[in-house]
Design a binder for this molecule. Structure first.
Ligand SMILES: NC(=O)c1ccc[n+]([C@@H]2O[C@H](COP(=O)([O-])OP(=O)(O)OC[C@H]3O[C@@H](n4cnc5c(N)ncnc54)[C@H](OP(=O)(O)O)[C@@H]3O)[C@@H](O)[C@H]2O)c1
Length: 310
């Protein structure tokens, strides 16, 4: 198939493009930075420069590639696009990503329609953002939490925009868990090594994780099967921070994370960090395994953290 990966140079794209190429697909992959075109060629793609926030740039690039499938992996969370990570002002930190998930999605969908692209897949999110009521592990039937009570609300609204817009054209939303793997969690690990990533209270909040290679594998399956609807692309073991954080610290050779009370964490890192660590809800991958036939190389973060960090 001719596959267009918008954001093919990112942490996810760099693992996805080679898997698509190995499966025999012809891949066009985008970056905003012409210095990365060589990297995209090495991965086996035709690299192109595209600004996802510029409708004309998106329209022309998609028309030229004439793909059968578009995979939207554009985010801009890294300092180069978004400045320093800032949980307290998450709305500011996530502003470029929010634009890519709203305007960027709309531009790609318009280009898809104009070019006759028949399938559209987009990156969603399912780590700690399940609805904060009932059980700790959510399926695709459960709503995402809009987090209207915090600065996470703009980012969550953008995720909902992706879902609504993509489902309207019978596309696929892959709600990836928190990424880890090459280049994906270095900043977090650095904070843990500096003991600047503490446990918060009892740290009962759940998160779901996924290794980049497994997330890429699920994406290839969604491309090939033209899957429709929403899928949680997470590993088998959603877990509370009280379990994964000390384990991650051990794998990274760091000291045990400190524990701070919620009021202090709120002061230092803001409401969103506290909610994530104390009330987060994780996700089940049963649907993706059942319907896509997805097999994970890293069924648990326990294996992935250990192999990646020790
Ligand atoms: N589910 C998750 O846990 C999750 C999801 C997303 C990101 N993250 C994490 O966030 C960190 C940073 O991620 P990131 O998204 O900033 O970096 P990234 O993975 O390097 O970037 C994602 C892709 O979006 C592209 N992009 C950025 N701005 C664009 C624009 N205006 N138009 C078109 N494409 C654009 C980037 O292109 P360029 O080559 O131009 O940079 C890149 O190809 C990583 O550690 C990652 O693991 C986690």
């Amino acid at each position: 198939m001719r596959v267009f990966v918008a954001g093919g140079s990112g942490v996810m794209g760099r693992r996805l493009v080679p898997q698509l190429v190995a499966a025999g697909h012809q891949v066009t992959a985008t970056t905003t930075n012409s210095a990365k075109l060589g990297l995209l060629a090495q991965l086996g793609a035709e690299g192109v420069v595209m600004d996802g926030l510029d409708a004309a740039s998106v329209g022309e690039t998609v028309a030229k590639a004439a793909p059968e499938v578009i995979v939207h992996q554009m985010t801009a969370i890294a300092p180069v696009h978004a400045g320093k990570p800032d949980f307290r002002h998450m709305d500011r930190w996530f502003a470029p990503t929010v634009r890519l998930r709203t305007e960027g999605t709309d531009h790609l969908l318009a280009a898809a329609e104009a070019t006759g692209v028949t399938h559209f897949i987009a990156q969603g999110y399912a780590s700690w953002n399940g609805i904060r009521e009932g059980g700790w592990v959510k399926t695709e039937e459960d709503p995402l939490d809009p987090h209207t009570d915090s600065v996470a609300r703009v980012g969550m609204a953008a995720i909902l925009h992706v879902e609504e817009a993509v489902l309207r054209v019978d596309g696929t939303v892959l709600r990836y868990g928190a990424f880890y793997g090459p280049g994906a969690s270095d900043d977090q690990v650095e904070l843990i090594r500096k003991r600047q990533f503490p446990l918060v209270g009892a740290s009962t909040g759940y998160s779901s994780w996924v290794h980049l290679d497994d997330a890429a594998g699920a994406t290839v399956l969604a491309v090939e099967q033209r899957a429709k609807g929403v899928f949680n692309i997470v590993d088998d073991e959603p877990a509370p921070a009280s379990e994964w954080l000390p384990y991650l610290a051990t794998c990274a050779g760091a000291k045990r994370p400190m524990r701070v009370p919620a009021w202090l964490a709120r002061l230092l890192a803001g409401d969103v960090a506290v909610t994530m660590m104390t009330e987060g809800r994780g996700f089940s991958n049963a649907k993706a395994k059942r319907e896509l036939g997805w097999n994970l190389s890293y069924p648990s973060w326990r294996k992935g953290f250990k192999e990646g960090l020790t």
